[in-house]
Design a protein around this ligand. Structure first.
Ligand SMILES: *Cc1c(COP(=O)(O)O)cnc(C)c1O
Length: 393
């Protein structure tokens, strides 16, 4: 038998050195244990905090109708899917959800994934081969950049939302332009019509990851394309997660029937992975049904965003170009961002400091998210606290 490694023997991986380096840079990450579910307030360390760090933009995650739909689905379908979708894991509950999504978003065909991260891996790795190029916005989410880096295709990054730069990089009929609809760390929006025009003119495909637009923007919460009045036909691949405004988890990819048929056959992240539980598909159905009609919640969220931005401008802080629920307050230095977040916590406000490598060096920030569960008085409280906590950091 091999001797048990007691920490003295040489090991193949120097994990401690990597952790030490992160700690020295002030970038070591630690998880926080929540003692409550998501909501306007969250409980941690036996204390209640007003929550400005959730992507549950419509306050849906804790809604009783949603958990009830999930429970009804459990009674009908049991707990797990039991197999991958190509074996016996594809149920009527999944097919019905795909149909609902296709009709809601105006796409021909849809497939489901357990996470948005997996969906992006699946699409990019199944599609892009050595002879292809990918044109990615520099601020694209890690799941897009990661998949792109692992694919054999040439990676060309264009400056954030810079269409002239993108146009200068584009080679005809070489591959895929990839952008987020609403950028996850800045809250600003991609110029979707210009992206669609450039794709059409150059004979390339366009993929939009609308993780932060779905449910929040556009008619019936259809997302960024509807909000910007861009025809769905101009976008070849649409993707979004159900883990944000839809309050559940999971994701979809939508496009032509041919695209979905191709991915069902060639996307390894789909073929070799247990399908998401059918009961979860039932919960997502209920979430969509609610989201389509949630104009009051969307309007309330917009009024909170307006209130926040007006207040921040009066305080004179650097704020992003965002009219969405994601409101970054730029600080720059990572340690300072942590210090401000700590001060806010001491006042009962939970705000996350986002540091490199999640955002570029020197752009550490507070990533404040507003949700329809907040009240106007919550925003006033936050503004008052920010004024005091940002002083002489
Ligand atoms: C959150 C997010 C994802 C990943 O989705 P999950 O369902 O959380 O895995 C993908 N893209 C963007 C832009 C995101 O913000």
């Amino acid at each position: 038998m091999m001797p048990v490694n007691r920490g003295h023997q040489p090991m193949p991986f120097d994990l401690q050195a990597a952790l030490n380096k992160r700690a020295e840079q002030g970038l070591l990450r630690q998880r926080q244990i929540l003692q409550s579910g998501q909501g306007r307030f969250i409980r941690l360390n036996d204390q209640s905090y007003l929550n400005f760090s959730s992507n549950d933009y419509l306050g849906l995650a804790a809604q009783p109708f949603l958990t009830q739909a999930w429970q009804t689905g459990l009674d009908k379908w049991g707990a797990g899917a039991g197999a991958s979708p190509l074996v016996t894991g594809y149920t009527q509950a999944h097919a019905d959800l795909e149909q609902t999504l296709a009709e809601w978003l105006g796409v021909e065909s849809v497939m489901l994934f357990s996470t948005g991260f997996a969906a992006n891996q699946a699409v990019i790795k199944a599609l892009l081969q050595k002879e292809h190029s990918q044109y990615q916005d520099r601020l694209n989410h890690a799941s897009l950049q990661e998949a792109g880096a692992q694919s054999p295709a040439k990676m060309l990054r264009f400056r954030h939302n810079d269409m002239a730069h993108l146009a200068s990089l584009l080679q005809p009929q070489t591959g895929l332009i990839i952008s987020e609809g609403v950028f996850s760390m800045d809250g600003d929006q991609a110029p979707c019509q210009q992206l669609a025009d450039l794709a059409a003119q150059s004979g390339n495909w366009l993929m939009i990851d609308d993780a932060h637009g779905l449910g929040v923007l556009g008619e019936q919460g259809q997302g960024s394309l509807s909000h910007q009045q861009v025809s769905p036909n101009g976008v070849h691949i649409r993707m979004a997660t159900f883990g944000k405004a839809l309050g559940v988890a999971g994701a979809f990819v939508g496009g032509s029937k041919q695209l979905i048929d191709y991915l069902v056959n060639f996307a390894r992240d789909y073929v070799y992975s247990t399908h998401l539980p059918p009961a979860q598909a039932c919960a997502i159905q209920a979430a969509i049904h609610w989201v389509k009609q949630a104009d009051v919640e969307r309007a309330h969220l917009q009024s909170l965003i307006h209130l926040f931005r007006t207040g921040i401008a009066e305080l004179g802080f650097a704020i992003g170009d965002s009219v969405t629920a994601i409101q970054p307050v730029l600080i720059g230095d990572a340690d300072k961002a942590i210090a401000v977040a700590d001060r806010l916590r001491a006042r009962g406000l939970w705000v996350t400091a986002i540091r490199p490598p999640t955002v570029p060096q020197g752009t550490a920030r507070l990533r404040i998210t507003l949700t329809a569960a907040h009240q106007a008085s919550d925003v006033s409280l936050l503004l008052g606290a920010l004024k005091e906590c940002m002083a002489d950091v």
